[in-house]
Design a protein around this ligand. Sequence first.
Ligand SMILES: Nc1ncnc2c1ncn2[C@@H]1O[C@H](COP(=O)(O)OP(=O)(O)OP(=O)(O)O)[C@@H](O)[C@H]1O
Length: 341
Amino acid sequence: MVLSMKRPLVNLHVQLPKPVEIPQYIPTPLILLPTQEVQHVSDLEKLQVLGSGNGGTVYRVCHKKSSKVYALKVIRGGATEQVRQEIEILRCCTDSPNIVQCHGVFEESFGDISILMEYMEAGSLDVLAKTTLGSFSETIIANIAYQSLTGLDYLHSKKIVHRDIKPSNLLVTREMQVKIADFGVSKIITSSENACNGSVGTCAYMSPEKFDSDGKDYNVFSGDVWSLGLTLMELYIGHYPYMQPGKEAEKTSVIWEICFEEPPCMPKDASEHFKDFIQCCLQKDWTKRWTARQLLSHPFIISTRQNVGLGSIKLGTKRENSVQSIGEIGEVVAVRKKTRV
Ligand SMILES: Nc1ncnc2c1ncn2[C@@H]1O[C@H](COP(=O)(O)OP(=O)(O)OP(=O)(O)O)[C@@H](O)[C@H]1O
């Protein structure tokens, strides 16, 4: 017997959700800037590795024909949005004496991006601090502060936030010219975006509001000022300010200290102007923190400029093991070169 049971008619029509519109990824064209002198990466000879960071490896290179020395940053993995941003920033910062100058950008057939930069002979301030086995005098710090603030003010006036100011990203020429480098996490702030949501950079130098903003908006540019204040203090006292000398900075305890403790105190022997200057940078409340432009008029900077002229520094407050003059910086450069060869 065949049982014929009519199955009840079920409405099998399923309402499909509307397709979600996935924004199409349209890469912005990579801006390539071959210099007059260097037309291709093969025109350069690699001499040594200067260092490598999250962004790539930096080499000291020599232009084969002219023998001119440059620094070449090679970024593996192609032109991500962040790499494009880094290139764009370098491309529009060509008229500041306190920003490392870019001489060209090359894309190689297998996707690597090479950024050709001016070579900063004395290297970074963190290496200089380590090779001098100590700290810098107040006069030298005021000089470094003045040049770094000039660079920062220039960037901020162009709506560029660096987001990773620290000793290893401030590079120095043989003549003690200080320049801001490494725009690997930097950003050009457009009016339409919320720039506060990107807590990028190096934890140890990040301002408190980056960890704990209570969902409120804050001024991203003031984060660079906090990082510079901490950097200058470190160069003066000879170690990372939130840690005792010789101790390794542990990430969670550093974040705790930055957010919940008072900012680090300057040593008693520092001048009142210097202590006040650092206090203006290390205001936990970002609304009370001075801007780069305001700090350029701080008595610590002004008085040093009036006393010695920042271009021709001779002697600062004498401190043991500290770098006192440009001449000494020259010697340090020589020592550094020796250790690298
Ligand atoms: N123009 C330059 N001239 C001389 N040395 C340079 C130059 N640019 C970078 N360097 C050296 O290369 C090192 C690596 O630089 P890079 O910007 O790639 O990374 P970083 O700052 O060390 O690390 P991270 O990317 O993790 O912050 C620097 O610390 C510096 O010593």
